[in-house]
Design a protein around this ligand. Structure first.
Ligand SMILES: Cc1ncc(COP(=O)(O)O)c(C=O)c1O
Length: 485
């Protein structure tokens, strides 16, 4: 019995003792009828007060796991009738290594299932923008031709060829198919990097605020997150020096083109500067380019991706079809040196035996058959009109209360309230009013910021959503920081 309670843990000590003994009983280490030490003895053994052991025993008695009789001591119940013999799922669900989503994110998800709510938090294409009919035409409405076996761990070879050609044509990135790994969305690429290329305790730098911040997968991997501040041209590369000296940064995660949530585009000069700094520090850069193709203004095209400017193999480039074709396909890719691709493909194979072969073949058809280009011709005017509708609604309903950017691409407006409201209060007030948005705290911003997404709802719903949001903002109390986040 080497176990001892942890006096610095969040869980009260008596609960830890009760949970430990429960585990011993359920696992059979303490069999039915086995005597338990007197409270005083166990208290001495665990270095706690007798009252603490008393409270733990009381908890176990209440659960029917142990019995006591004055003068005869305490023992494990001889029978466990009435005692739940199912595993203690609470202990399991709170004990795993992978952390749950942030409370704000869970609330947004849950409220988003209500069909009556106007959803300005959902970063997906409106149903009518998913090219379902095009897919039907490309497959001839038949599935027989689709190979349903396990595919190559790096992804279907023809899809990788198609992605290689796509990256060359549309992004100026010249890589062979051997430097491409097909992933289940950009998200899995980020997950693989965090699990396979970094170790618990490693420090990473990212934009502040950042979509990356909103993903518990980095904290679950034990990584320490540090923010690079931003201005209108994106992150300030020189900050890397100080951040590196202070925290020994091991990797930089950036979303340089139409950054989520701020919409910022990292200027070309800064891209080059950042590559130089990272090359000197020998730090890899992960470039998340989920939105890169969604430029809306002809005169404000973004610069080439970092990967296209990188002459020294410092960049791991992450892309996806989620924001251009359909998020449900779960098709993304990671581009990097072959050794990295081999390592991550091996991990991916252990995790899921490859991304769905049906999705991969649909993705190949979309990239080879011109569907992607046709889709972009439809999508850009659609998103431009949606953006302009939301901007007009903001001007009508929130001119006095807030200010916002005019994004040159992608599907989010980054909005700041003149009088900040705590994110949870703001979200609850919005839900009451029948609208959803994403409070800035989700991305690690100060209270008072919010992200408004215009890709999902109809144009009329955008207008009505902003009207409802304005109503909620006018009713909500100004900032009162919640004690526990
Ligand atoms: C910046 C950014 N990167 C990655 C993702 C994940 O995309 P995917 O659906 O390809 O996993 C998102 C999703 O919203 C995103 O906003």
């Amino acid at each position: 019995m080497d176990w001892k309670p942890d006096k610095h843990a969040e869980m009260p000590v008596y609960k830890q003792i009760a949970a430990h003994l429960e585990h011993e009983i359920v696992s059979g280490a303490l069999p039915p009828g086995a005597p338990l030490p007197p409270e005083r003895t166990l208290a001495r053994q665990y270095g706690v007060n007798r009252g603490t052991v008393s409270a733990a025993y009381e908890e176990l008695r209440a659960a029917g796991l142990i019995q006591s009789l004055q003068g005869s001591g305490t023992w494990v119940s001889r029978h466990l009738w009435g005692v739940q013999k199912v595993p203690n799922w609470h202990q399991y669900t709170t004990g795993g290594a992978f952390l749950p989503a942030l409370p704000l994110v869970r609330r947004i998800r849950e409220a988003g299932w209500n069909p009556a709510i106007i959803n300005l938090a959902k970063a997906e294409l409106a149903t009518e923008m998913i090219p379902t009919l095009e897919f039907e035409r490309l497959t001839g409405g038949k599935m027989e031709a689709i190979d349903l076996g396990y595919v190559h761990p790096k992804g279907e070879p023809q899809l990788r060829e198609a992605v290689s050609a796509h990256l060359r044509t549309h992004y100026g990135i010249a890589v062979s198919s051997e430097e491409i790994l097909i992933t289940s969305g950009a998200q899995q690429a980020l997950h693989l990097i965090s699990l396979c290329l970094l170790a618990p305790g490693d420090a990473i730098a990212m934009e502040g605020p950042s979509y990356t911040y909103s993903l518990p997968l980095f904290a679950s991997a034990g990584l320490r997150l540090y923010q690079l501040s931003m201005d209108a041209d994106g992150v300030i590369p020189d900050e890397m020096w100080t951040l590196y000296k202070k925290h020994r940064i091991r990797m930089v995660f950036l979303n340089p083109t139409f950054h989520n949530p701020t919409g910022t585009v990292l200027s070309e000069a800064r891209r080059r500067q950042l590559l130089t700094v990272c090359r000197e520090l020998r730090i890899p850069v992960v470039e998340d380019d989920a939105y890169g193709a969604l430029a809306l203004d002809e005169d404000k095209r973004p610069p080439l991706p970092l990967k296209a400017l990188d002459s020294g193999d410092s960049v791991l480039y992450v892309g996806s079809l989620s924001k251009t074709i359909a998020s449900g396909l779960r098709i993304g890719w990671l581009v990097g040196p072959r050794a990295v691709i081999e390592r991550l493909a091996d991990a991916k194979q252990q995790m899921d035996y490859g991304t769905s072969s049906v999705s991969q073949q649909l993705a190949r058809l979309a990239l080879e058959g011109g569907l992607w280009e046709r889709q972009m011709e439809r999508l850009r005017p659609f998103l431009t009109a949606q953006r302009d509708r939301m901007l007009a609604a903001l001007d009508t309903h929130l001119r006095q209360e807030a200010s916002w950017n005019v994004p040159a691409g992608s599907c989010h407006i980054w909005c700041r309230l003149n009088t900040p409201i705590d994110g949870l209060d703001l979200l609850e007030a919005a839900i009451q009013a029948g609208v959803l948005m994403t409070p800035g705290e989700v991305f690690g911003a100060e209270p008072g910021w919010m992200r408004l997404t215009y890709s999902w709802e109809s144009s009329e719903a955008l207008e009505e959503g902003i009207r409802r949001l304005a109503e909620a903002i006018k009713k909500a109390a100004p900032v009162r920081l919640s004690p526990c986040r």
